[in-house]
Design a binder for this molecule. Structure first.
Ligand SMILES: Nc1ncnc2c1ncn2[C@@H]1O[C@H](COP(=O)(O)OP(=O)(O)OP(=O)(O)O)[C@@H](O)[C@H]1O
Length: 256
């Protein structure tokens, strides 16, 4: 457990005085795909917001390489955030900009020493990484839903993040695009060595990509399981087994 990129200690997550999830404890290792799962409304996105620095914990700590994120001043927090890449549910690309311009934007902000040619080259490289080589001058509206996700991913990769966060990456995608996105996630993990944190309740994705799963329980408002998905399916608490086994047959088909 020595290679933890993110560590969460006794985290209480929520809004104002309303705690949604309490006493969360887990670590995310370098190069690991970590899935946050649980029933609808249990607080998955809320926990994610605390991990990506959008919201201060109501209690406990979030450590990045052992450094307490929220104990830092704003300038240091902004530096640390450069190590995070975030892909939001709606992809959130700028519609009036080409893909190249979308990807260059964070680079122009945080890497002011780069010249035009280097910026364009980096944008092309990131687009290549996500299978959109040659699409530099297209606008988001010219892309399919799956391509838009990939483009948003290329932008999330622009600053070479150590941790990539995805909130429901498969939302709105057909099963084939969704499977292709899972494959891309694994490819990126292998080629870049980044840690990947996913919020999803898509069983095929969970079994295809997750090294470790955290199960958040809506009723008790805390984590009730942490482990590899197949292990949790076999030996986890009943609710977690039910959640992971709800689709009965596909696991056998995938494993065959
Ligand atoms: N900005 C906010 N301010 C106050 N409460 C919020 C806010 N966003 C979400 N909530 C509340 O937090 C609870 C958990 O919501 P959250 O979106 O984190 O759950 P989730 O597990 O991600 O849900 P889903 O699977 O449906 O996307 C809900 O009761 C929701 O109403």
């Amino acid at each position: 457990m020595s290679d933890a990129v993110l560590t969460v200690e006794q985290l209480d997550a929520g809004y104002g005085t309303r705690v949604i999830q309490h006493d969360l404890n887990f670590s995310i290792q370098r190069g690991e795909v970590f899935v946050i799962m649980g029933g609808s409304g249990c607080g998955k996105s809320t926990v994610l917001r605390h991990l990506i620095g959008l919201q201060a914990p109501l209690g406990g700590r979030v450590l990045f390489h052992g450094e307490d994120f929220w104990a830092q001043d704003e300038a240091r927090r902004a530096e640390l955030l450069q190590h995070f890449g975030v892909l939001y549910q709606n992809s959130a690309l700028w519609g009036s900009m080409t893909l190249r311009e979308n990807i260059c934007l964070p680079l122009e902000t945080y890497r002011p020493n780069l010249g035009r040619a280097e910026l364009d080259e980096l944008a092309a490289l990131k687009l290549n990484l996500v299978g959109l080589g040659g699409c530099d001058e297209l606008y988001p509206a010219e892309l399919s839903g799956g391509m838009r996700k990939r483009a948003a991913l290329a932008r999330a990769l622009s600053l070479d993040p150590q941790v990539l966060f995805f909130d429901e990456p498969s939302a709105g995608l057909d099963p084939i695009s969704s499977k292709a996105l899972d494959e891309l996630i694994l490819q990126l993990r292998d080629s870049l060595g980044s840690s990947i944190v996913l919020v999803t309740h898509e069983l095929p994705s969970i079994f295809a990509v997750a090294d470790t799963c955290l199960f958040l329980d809506g009723q008790t408002g805390t984590q009730i399981a942490l482990g590899a998905p197949r292990e949790l399916l076999a030996n986890g608490p009943q609710e977690v087994q039910r959640f992971l086994g709800r689709n009965g047959t596909f696991l056998k088909a995938e494993d065959a």
